[in-house]
Design a protein around this ligand. Structure first.
Ligand code: LMR
Length: 328
């Protein structure tokens, strides 16, 4: 193979599976940062595109760009406001520049499990939150689930004090920064696409993420082990430009909204299972997973819970109470 052929082959595998958009079709670019296979968001985005392209053929056409190929999460929302991309599903931690209402989802130990997250999102408050950024040009269309976060580092993490002094990658969220500081660790905000390299080279010592992200990005290969803390969540907002959405013909918008709602319901119901499959895949690949006793886990709760007090004004005590009532 010539160098040019090797470059061509490499580039081709990096290209997303693009739909064949026809002249006159509305092109909907969907950009996201995770892998496509065995990932709650990756599978949902692919299914959404598959259905749009089959059922709206001649009217609309969706192209999915996964794995940060088009944008990182810190670029995608600006690109959306510029009209360069029409849909994305950043985690709820990534909207800090636009609203503080989603901070409740980042608070450690706020939600017991993904069903509690689902119930909160389905409440009137949760549904209203999707419209919290329309003034800034962004409209939330649906919540997509990923799952519970786990902690990992280049040393075993059993007690929260094991994390003290270590550098942890966090998503760019003030709550997550405060959470790591509460353990005496040093938080390093960083784009998702850079985390593997940062762990591998020792730029950071650890990270927190879901089983599907830890397996999908192979973080477990460059960590001592993963501690099953279930201390927080990663969930997504499927978001679009309000101007673009309102500019669609009503019947096009309705059809798109219906397909999205159906895909959301189908895939959200599977997110827990998909994450458990990734947990098993980590074990099968030789990764180490450490489970905590109830007493050990309580020490993590005690270390992180005080963070709630710092953000109660942003998220509202009544919303914290509502989330706790759902857990109970
Ligand atoms: C992260 O940045 O760790 C996650 O939000 C990535 C994702 O989209 O799951």
């Amino acid at each position: 193979l010539t160098t040019a052929a090797v470059i061509a082959a490499t580039t081709m595998t990096a290209l997303p599976a693009l739909a064949d958009c026809d002249d006159g079709e509305i092109v909907i670019k969907f950009s996201h940062v995770t892998n496509t296979d065995r990932h709650p968001k990756g599978i949902a985005a692919s299914l959404l595109a598959e259905r749009v392209n089959a059922e709206m053929d001649g009217t609309a056409c969706m192209e999915v760009y996964p794995s940060s190929q088009l944008y990182n999460d810190d670029q995608v929302l600006e690109a959306m406001l510029q009209g360069d991309v029409q849909m994305a599903a950043p985690s709820l931690s990534k909207f800090e520049q636009f609203t503080r209402v989603f901070r409740i989802f980042d608070l450690p130990f706020m939600f017991e499990n993904i069903e509690a997250v689902d119930a909160f999102q389905a409440s009137e408050t949760g549904q209203e939150m999707m419209q919290s950024m329309t003034r800034r040009g962004l409209l939330g269309l649906a919540y997509w689930h990923n799952g519970m976060k786990q902690m990992s580092a280049n040393v075993p993490l059993i007690e929260p004090t094991d994390a003290a002094g270590l550098k942890f990658r966090v998503q760019a969220s003030d709550v997550l920064v405060a959470q790591m500081e509460a353990m005496g660790a040093s938080p390093q905000p960083m784009a998702f696409s850079e985390v593997y390299g940062a762990l591998q080279t020792g730029v950071v010592d650890g990270q927190e993420n879901t089983w599907s992200n830890i397996y999908g990005q192979k973080f477990f290969e460059v960590q001592d082990g993963i501690t099953e803390t279930n201390h927080g969540i990663i969930d997504y907002l499927v978001v679009t430009s309000d101007e673009w959405w309102q500019g669609l013909e009503p019947e096009v918008r309705d059809q798109l909204a219906t397909i999205l709602a159906e895909v959301t319901e189908t895939r959200n119901a599977e997110s827990f299972t998909v994450n458990q499959e990734n947990r098993q895949a980590i074990l099968d690949a030789g990764g180490t997973i450490r489970e905590l006793t109830p007493e050990q886990r309580q020490a993590w709760v005690d270390a992180m819970r005080p963070v709630w007090d710092e953000f109660v004004d942003d998220v509202g005590q009544e919303n914290i109470d509502a989330a706790q009532a759902i857990n109970a």
